[in-house]
Design a protein around this ligand. Sequence first.
Ligand code: FAD
Length: 456
Amino acid sequence: MPVRSVNDATVSAPISAVSGRLPVVVVGAGLAGLVCASALHEVGQPVLVLERADEVGGRVRTRRHPEGFLLDRGFQVLLDAYPAARRWIDHPALRPLPFDAGVWIWSGRRLLPLVDPVRHPESIVRDVTAPLFGLDDKARLVKYALAARRADWQSAAEAGSGEMAGVTAVEALRAAGFSPAFIERFARPFWGGITLDPELRQSAGPMLFTLKMLVQGRAVLPAEGVGAMPRHLAQRLPLESLRIGVTVDDLACEGGSVRGVRVGGETIAAAAVVVATDPPEARRLTGVTSLPDASAGLGSLTVYLTGERDPRLGRRLALDGTGQLTLDHLADLSAVQPNYAPPGRRLLAATILGDALAGGDSALADRTRRGVATMLGHDLADWQVLDVVRVPFSQFAQPPGIYERRPTNTTGQAGLYLATEATVDSSYNGAILSGEAAARAVLRDQARANQRKRRR
Ligand SMILES: Cc1cc2nc3c(=O)[nH]c(=O)nc-3n(C[C@H](O)[C@H](O)[C@H](O)COP(=O)(O)OP(=O)(O)OC[C@H]3O[C@@H](n4cnc5c(N)ncnc54)[C@H](O)[C@@H]3O)c2cc1C
């Protein structure tokens, strides 16, 4: 099939006309696609990013509610020690504010404090009065956290490889000697909340890596919501390099090589195509079967609640240590980042995961509201549901061994590359690492092709 440049109003591609070179087309403007496109642009390679949604960010977006609240696309946090994020995201420009290095744990009767024993070793003695689990577990947690801090992992995938390749999070905790009470009351809701699996059956990698990140840095919320991260990244690109509201239907192939993409019956010619969509869509477009399909998605549902009463959680996450409430964890986002709520109002985010996700959104929101009132010891009338955000494919499942089976950034088909969390691990850090690696792969292949041309 012949390939031609499109030049209509919807998807005109002036980039190739301006530079005289075909652009690398990047399909998808999530973190992975934006980093890949920025890395290519910064070395002078023309790029064209095509994004299906009406804004950049993919899963990392924030919308402003008409009443002035900032609602992220589900409860999410930036771990400010993520090494890849530090290379690409100007942290001070985000005006981030941190969560406390500690949590509340709902015991079924009251909220009990658990403070990060590495940052606050004195708390070990003080917490002896909090009957959650024994002091030996707290001492073990200090040792475990210090070992994680010493490790030189750059990603959850690295932490979950080698000797940890076949180990689930819960197996790793048991092997380290943690008690069933520690696992049930703290690890299950805490790391279950991070890996979206309260059973802790995912690889130990994300648990170990996030522990390292939390010891080295903080969990933070940007002043304009997590969506500020991709918006800042997009500003690195020339305006004409980014088209939003454009869905790529298919790849355009010629002579076994990928030569462009098809959009609404037209073909956009490309020097190379980087597929940076969510994993199931990347699998559909590329046919790479080692990419997770929709059935490998782990979902989440965030119920945003508002009221005027101080829930007295401060900047700490509250975990359901009983497993009895519908919600896994609760945060007062307006206490962490006051910008998230208009003056005088509070914004709480309650997150539901795993088996508890079964059921309709409004019934779940109702049960969650009751759970929140119970946890806080408040009247039901104190908290109103503002919004419910369900993301069926929030992360892909990362069972033990998955990092050995990951696809690479190259696909075996000339001209076709992948930039997606699925080549590393399911996180901002994984998505950014993948974007960097995809850009390197494109440039390496271009350099080789140029060398071959010169030899001829
Ligand atoms: C509720 C929730 C909480 C999370 N919490 C955290 C957290 O706290 N910390 C953390 O590190 N990670 C978290 N994650 C995971 C993290 O958001 C993802 O791992 C990461 O954002 C994936 O980025 P990506 O660029 O690979 O994919 P995506 O963000 O999915 O981007 C893919 C883009 O491709 C576009 N696209 C798809 N198909 C097409 C097409 N045919 N044509 C054009 N464009 C297309 C999509 O619209 C999208 O913009 C969370 C995710 C969710 C949903």
